[in-house]
Design a protein around this ligand. Sequence first.
Ligand SMILES: [Zn+2]
Length: 141
Amino acid sequence: MRIEQPYAENGRPVPRRTPTSAPWLDAAREGRLRIQRCPRDGFFYYPRNRCPVCLGADWAWEDVSGRGTLYSWTVDRVGHDPAQRSQVPLVVAIVELEEGPRLTSRIVGCAPEDVSIGMPLEVCFEDLGRETLVHFKPRGR
Ligand SMILES: [Zn+2]
């Protein structure tokens, strides 16, 4: 089965909406970062139907601080996806949230040369119409 990549009207790719990811995307549209929390094992990310530790289904969505630190990153200077070429250089990052989980995201609001491991970050959002993207920026900027 081929899964179609959805695009915003400006041609940029957006996350594929599923029943599982819809609460994440709805929260982003409202300017909130919300992830799932198991009553026994704590927060987990990415969105899924069962806790990755105990396989329980009694988790709940919870708003989190939106604060984290940079765990790892790389820079796309080429635009391997033609739809992203207007965005290069593009800092692709793994952000460790204060609540624990790590998210793959994008660093915006600073030059790639100013990005460093451990830098304090805060969530920000980019509305592309069809969906809202979750990014991170240097904290306090
Ligand atoms: Zn669990």
